[in-house]
Design a protein around this ligand. Structure first.
Ligand code: ZN
Length: 99
């Protein structure tokens, strides 16, 4: 998602949210609704996880199962608490949780 499907514009603005959605993303040109935006806290937590997965995969110290695990959960939008826990455990073991 980097282009408005209606006008092709590539800049977006944050719009109003609802009770269930923190905010919306709208096209800056034609005001078309693009998608809902998660609460920044949710977004940051997930971004941190993705960054951790990337660091884990890049470190070269995972076993085969762990590499598969990281690759499998990398594209997931929502991760199970068990997956998050395993990820934190790997990060702790390899001291990659925080740079
Ligand atoms: Zn547009």
């Amino acid at each position: 998602m980097s282009k408005c499907p209606k006008c092709g514009c590539q800049t977006f603005v944050m719009g109003a949210g609802t009770q269930t959605h923190y905010a919306s993303l709208r096209c800056s040109e034609c005001d078309r609704f693009i998608r809902w935006l998660p609460h920044p806290k949710t977004y940051e937590a997930h971004g941190d996880e993705n960054a951790l997965i990337d660091r884990l995969l890049a470190c070269g110290r995972l076993n085969n199962w762990e590499v598969k695990f990281c690759i499998n959960i990398r594209p997931l939008k929502k991760r199970h608490p068990n997956q998050k826990a395993k990820l934190q455990e790997l990060g702790n073991r390899l001291k990659l949780n925080r740079l």
